[in-house]
Each structure stands twice: as C-alpha cells, then as structure tokens.
Write a protein that binds this ligand. Structure first.
Ligand code: ZN
Length: 477
C-alpha cells in the first residue's frame, strides 16, 4: 500500500498555549522549514513534489473552521496522493484553531482579511504567511476549498437552490486574467467551466450539478474583495474557490472536492495517483486510515483510527510539557483540566486520562517472542501478533499487559499471551484487538508497545504487511 509519510511526517509538537476556556496541547508537524509556532495553531505545509518538472498548485483547506469537506479533502491530498509530475503544495488546516473549535472563525472570518487585517488581529501572522505562499513565483494557481450552503443555481428555484447559495459551485472573481498575464488558466471562466463539466460527469445524483459562479468582484463586490482568491488575482495568480454543498455529509463533500481538485490538476498537467478509490465509502475509510500519534518521549504510540472514546491511566510524564507527534495534519490534542481530548479536525475522537509518572529512559525496547520468533521491539511502536506473544523478563523491571491479569501476578513477563487472554474492554481500539504492553522500573515508566491482533485469522491481509513492527512515522497496514 502507498503511504507517503516520508515527505513530511516529522513533527515536533508542544503545548504552547493554555487558553482560558480550554488548553490546547499542540500539535504540529511540518514539511520542510519549520514555521515558528506562536499560537500553537499554525497551519502545516505539505509539499508533494515529483521529479518531473511541471506546474505548481497551491491547495488551501480550512480557511473557515466549520467546513470539513474542504479540510478533509486537503488532508487526503497531503497524505494519500502521490504527485507524479509537477508539484502540489497543500495547506490542509489554514484556520486550525477554528477547525478544532468547530467555528467558522474564532477571530472572525479569516477569508475577509486578505485586503486589510488589523495589526492586533491574532490571525495577522497566519494571513501574512499564506499571502506570501500565494505570491511565491513558484506557485502557478490556487484552489481555496469551501463547503457552501445549498446549491448555487443561476436562477431561483427554491430556498436551497438559488443564485445566493454557494454549494456545488466553482467560484471565480472575474472571467479573464488581466491582459498582461500570460501564464496558466488565463481564461478563468473556461477553465472553471471545463472543471465543472468534469465533476458533473461523476455526480452521485443529477441534482448535485456543479456550476460556475462569477462574483465579478472587481465590479464592486466589497465582501469578495477581501478574500484570498481576490488577493491572489490581484497578484496575477489564477485562483478558484471550490464549494461543495453542506447538504451532504463530509464524505460526499470530500468526494466532490477531490473530483474538482483532480480535474484542475489534470488540466494543469500535474499527474498523480492516490491509494483509495473515489467513492464516499472509500473516502470515509481513507480519512481515518492509519492515523496515529505518539507521545511521552515517543515511548507511547496510540492509534487514532477506531480509538475508544476514553483511554484510561495513560502513563504521561510528570511535570513535563506534553509533546507529541502525529501522522495526519488534522490530529490535535487539546489539554483540558484533567484530561486530553484527541481531535481529528472538528471530531473529538477520544479522551485520554493521564496517570502521571516519572519516566525512566534506561531501556528503549523489549525483547519479545512473537508467534515463535524473537523480536526486539522499540517502545512507541506496535507489533503485529497472529497468535501469541511473550515479553522476555527484564531484571528489575515489571511488565504490565493492560487487560491481562493473572492471580496476583506482579510481573507479566514470561507468559505466552493470546488475544483471548486479554479482556476486550481494555483494548485501545473499539474492536478489542489492540492491547498495551507497559514496562515499569521501580514505579517509573519505561515505555509502551502495542500488541496488534487486528490481522489474526486474516492471512491474506498479513501477506501484504511488510513491517510487523512500526511506529507513527511508518506504515501500519
Ligand atoms: Zn467557506
């Protein structure tokens, strides 16, 4: 399976800011140069470059935090597409704080700050950073992804289908680029129309037709004159708004976003492949597939995919900043009073209840016997188990397999353990398949390994798995 982590999944996350209402333990990994994190909510930048020269697209998701179609589509481009020619730069989480807080804009509408932004505006730096990405001479065109209400139609049909609606449209500010512009997509209207037609060839239902909406911004639309796309236009960059209808659930919106994005990329000569098929069902799976985070000096790995809604007694480090790494740009850990909320975009996936320990970094791995083979397994990784595992005893250390209990057994090393020996409700996943192996020395926490039984009795799937031990930066499948 293709999983393109190696371009960007190196993240350093810090708890940077504690807001009055809720503390945010932040989260970021960066591709390329690390942008200074002032607020803890900086967006991430993912550059998907190919070896074949070509045009560069800049794709922006999440300018408004309550439009999950757009930011999930952008995150899928960042994580599950491979660019074969040309280059794609993705910002999947431009207004990340608003995404996590399910707000259109915690500090007002970010998409009205591209003409002027007040010096005291908390988003001033974010806006100025994305502006400099837009005006970068290396960028050829820009797509700004939105979810819009209802369905845009040129004439009024009813309350949900009329010229004032935005859903299912491709937005242009004017029909043509200025006369002196000689680059790609100089005829915005024709380009948008052709992309709309490409999308319309794959409608889920006929009523979902995508249409081009020309806001004629320069003719006096003061609101649109403040937007990202108009800023781009003024700087001679072709820019398109892509609006999927809020009438659909997220996978439906993402479906239309991806169709539109792919159409623009193809028209620009940027070729690509993705590792899932374009159906709502597959999109829904792809959004969550293999998402994970690591924390606690990288000694704890947690799958965010299919995680239980509460994880108890997570051994976190006493008196320490919460640091973590994620392998998906929409994952965030929010620090509440007594626990942590794990978010993917605006969905809260789980609550993590910490138990605080001092950490002992004396050992980095454990020796295990897994299905008859000896393995050295690093902390912060998972090990695939088909039938049974055993942790070799470590002098002066205690192994605790969460969900496995024997009578008064202090150290659970040295026992062969099958899935049926573990109580399902202690698994970290909802299906009762993934269990925590924790190691302690004199009351201090050493590290954790996950025993992953998900592929037990699935020899066909096991055969595709190339790595039986892997961490957050690696492929889980
Ligand atoms: Zn929007």
């Amino acid at each position: 399976m293709l999983y393109f982590y190696n371009r960007f999944f190196v993240l350093l996350a810090r708890r940077v800011q504690v807001l009055p209402a809720l503390g945010i333990a932040v989260v970021f990994w960066f591709a390329g140069p690390v942008l200074a994190s002032q607020t803890g909510f900086d967006f991430s930048v993912h550059t998907l470059a190919s070896k074949v020269p070509g045009k560069t697209a800049l794709i922006v998701g999440g300018i408004q935090g309550d439009e999950p179609g757009g930011f999930n589509a952008a995150a899928l481009i960042a994580t599950r597409y491979k660019i074969l020619s040309g280059r794609v730069i993705v910002v999947p989480n431009l207004n990340f704080e608003s995404i996590i807080k399910r707000s259109r804009g915690v500090y007002g509408d970010m998409n009205r700050k591209f003409d002027r932004v007040s010096k005291t505006d908390p988003e001033r730096q974010t806006v100025s950073k994305i502006k400099s990405m837009i005006t970068d001479p290396g960028v050829d065109f820009i797509l700004n992804l939105h979810d819009g209400s209802g369905f845009f139609t040129p004439t009024r049909e009813n309350n949900m289908r009329n010229p004032d609606r935005w859903g299912q449209s491709i937005i242009i500010d004017q029909a043509l680029m200025p006369a002196q512009y000689t680059g790609l997509f100089s005829d915005l209207s024709v380009t948008a129309q052709q992309c709309a037609e490409n999308v319309n060839a794959h409608l889920i239902e006929p009523g979902h037709t995508v249409r081009v909406k020309n806001t004629r911004t320069a003719e006096g639309d003061e609101e649109m004159a403040k937007t990202l796309t108009f800023f781009a236009m003024k700087n001679k960059k072709p820019a398109f708004g892509v609006e999927a209808s809020k009438s659909f659930l997220t996978p439906g919106r993402v479906y239309y976003h991806l169709l539109a994005i792919e159409s623009f990329l193809t028209k620009a000569g940027i070729s690509f492949e993705r590792d899932f098929s374009l159906t709502q069902n597959e999109i829904e799976k792809a959004i969550d597939k293999d998402i994970a985070l690591t924390l606690g000096e990288r000694r704890i790995l947690l799958y965010a995919e299919n995680i239980r809604n509460r994880i108890n007694y997570l051994p976190m480090e006493k008196d320490s900043e919460v640091q973590f790494l994620v392998n998906n740009p929409l994952l965030a850990l929010v620090h509440n009073k007594s626990d942590f909320s794990l978010y993917h975009g605006n969905r809260c996936l789980s609550h993590l209840s910490p138990q605080y320990f001092e950490y002992d970094l004396g050992i980095d791995s454990i020796e295990m016997d897994v299905d008859g083979q000896k393995k050295q397994v690093p902390f912060g990784s998972r090990i695939l188990v088909k039938e049974q595992f055993m942790v070799h005893p470590i002098p002066d250390h205690r192994v605790n397999i969460i969900g496995y209990t024997t009578q008064d057994m202090k150290d659970e090393a040295g026992f062969f353990i099958t899935k049926d020996d573990c109580m399902q409700r202690f698994s970290i996943d909802r299906d009762g398949q993934i269990f925590r192996i924790e190691v302690y020395r004199q009351g201090k926490f050493n590290g954790m390994v996950l025993a992953d039984f998900r592929f037990r009795n699935k020899p066909d799937k096991i055969a595709q798995i190339t790595k039986d031990i892997c961490n957050v930066e690696q492929v889980f499948k």
